[in-house]
Design a protein around this ligand. Structure first.
Ligand code: HEM
Ligand code: HEM
Length: 183
């Protein structure tokens, strides 16, 4: 399988980044909702709130790095043609959803980082390194980026439901093997 995209299909780097982001986003949604739901000084499954926050922020920054590599990789080679079983309407829908995905891959971690920087909460990367806080404390901007992070999270969730729903519809009902293009 070629490393980069070509007319014959997605390259192995695209597939690797695609599934890495799926795993990272799943961890972010599960961990993010647990930490917000349990509140401060609490525990869930033997893990404390602080640990959830540290890991959420740390994995989020790893996801930002993967997203940048993924965007660079998408510019290399040639995108494969649409799957022949997709209707024109589905192609337009997928195109829009992919735009939301690429924007969200940057917006989610950047709004999260700006939120904790303006709140002066800091990032303790995987519990081993207290990262610098280059921005001054500003409670208004903290709240703006907190809500941007939460609202973008809901928009991304809606896009994911559409994307996964379409892939499942093609793979399970139409049985045209769409999922194989990303395996
Ligand atoms: C791929 C990246 C990320 C995704 C998908 C993501 C997703 C989420 C989700 C789903 C929540 C729960 C929102 C709610 O319902 O309240 C959340 C909360 C939060 N995220 Fe992220 N996040 C990401 C990256 C980051 C980063 C990089 C940081 C900071 C460096 C961060 C900081 C936070 C904080 C502090 C909260 C708690 C918000 C609150 O107090 O309600 N996130 N995130
Ligand atoms: C279980 C979840 C998922 C499944 C089964 C899945 C499956 C697929 C499949 C089969 C394709 C190829 C479609 C085609 O023929 O062009 C694809 C493409 C794509 N998927 Fe997913 N996907 C999932 C989750 C996600 C998530 C969470 C994202 C969020 C970033 C995402 C972003 C993309 C993008 C941007 C493409 C276009 C190719 C690229 O530029 O990498 N997918 N996905």
């Amino acid at each position: 399988m070629p490393l980069t995209n070509s007319a014959a299909g997605y390259g192995s780097l695209t597939k690797l980044f695609h599934w890495l982001i799926v795993i990272l986003f799943a961890a972010q949604y599960i961990g993010g909702n647990i930490m917000v739901a349990i509140g401060f000084n609490a525990e869930f499954a033997g893990i404390g709130t602080n640990t959830y926050y540290n890991w959420h922020k740390s994995l989020g920054l790893v996801a930002l790095l993967v997203a940048v590599l993924r965007i660079l990789n998408r510019r290399v080679g040639e995108l494969p043609p649409w799957a022949p079983t997709l209707t024109t309407g589905e192609q337009k829908f997928i195109h829009r959803v992919e735009q939301v995905f690429y924007a969200a891959m940057l917006i989610m971690p950047i709004t999260g980082w700006l939120y904790v920087m303006y709140g002066h909460y800091g990032v303790n990367l995987f519990g081993v390194w207290e990262m610098p806080r280059p921005l001054p404390r500003n409670d208004t901007l903290r709240d703006v980026f907190k809500w941007a992070h939460i609202v973008a999270g809901w928009v991304l969730l809606a896009a994911m439901v559409g994307h996964i729903g379409l892939v499942l519809w093609h793979s399970a009902v139409k049985k045209d093997g769409l999922i194989k293009r990303m395996m």
